[in-house]
Write a protein that binds this ligand. Sequence first.
Ligand code: MG
Length: 253
Amino acid sequence: MSTTTATTPSGTPAPEAVTPIGLVVLDMAGTTVVDDGVVEQAFARVADRVDLGPTLGRDEALQYVRDTMGRSKIEVFRHLTGGDEVLAQRANDEFEVAYGELVDESGVEPIEGAGDVIDALRASGVSVVLTTGFSPVTRDRLLDALGWTVDAALSPVDAGRGRPAPDLVLTALLRTRASSVAAVAVVGDTVSDVLSGRSAGAGLVVGVTTGAHTREQLLAAGADVVLDSVRDLVGLPAFAGVAAAGASTTAVA
Ligand SMILES: [Mg+2]
């Protein structure tokens, strides 16, 4: 059991304790899946293969990719190509190819304990939905490798707008028939994840420092609490009814 507790003023009930969490919306890369710069490497391969036009230089483009990590990839490419839709779609297709190559070369590694947390939540009756800025092809490729069972996995195209808009979180609520936005927890490694949770009205928004952005960035964006890892999630007061995830991690086939 984690000893992590929500940082709220003494004597004030933690807001996440008021409504039991019935749905957890979990980001993928950097939150439940090790990133290790793979997304950035895939963008670099795209920049090598596709002339993204004169809008931004290569270094500026990569910095933009870092700053906007967690957002819809096609929207990032629309920005990088100065709104050239055909070029943005071509770059996005190439991103899918490059990311797939990197998965083949390096494999897919879960954040330690993430699979156990998902299993513990679902065993306690809490729905789990994975969300990502990747397209469905890349998302399903990751899920196949991880072998996780979840209630849904959503890409921006499934919801409308990508993060930081609230669409992915609200679509997850509709898909799982969660009781209210107050019963939804959103967990992610980027400012965009936190903003999407806040704008959806989620009862609990959790940042994790296993990915793109720092504790300070995540708190500044409005996270209720920031954890060292998603594996500590069930130690929060809002998950008092969920059995702690086992210490052992499930091997990934
Ligand atoms: Mg992420």
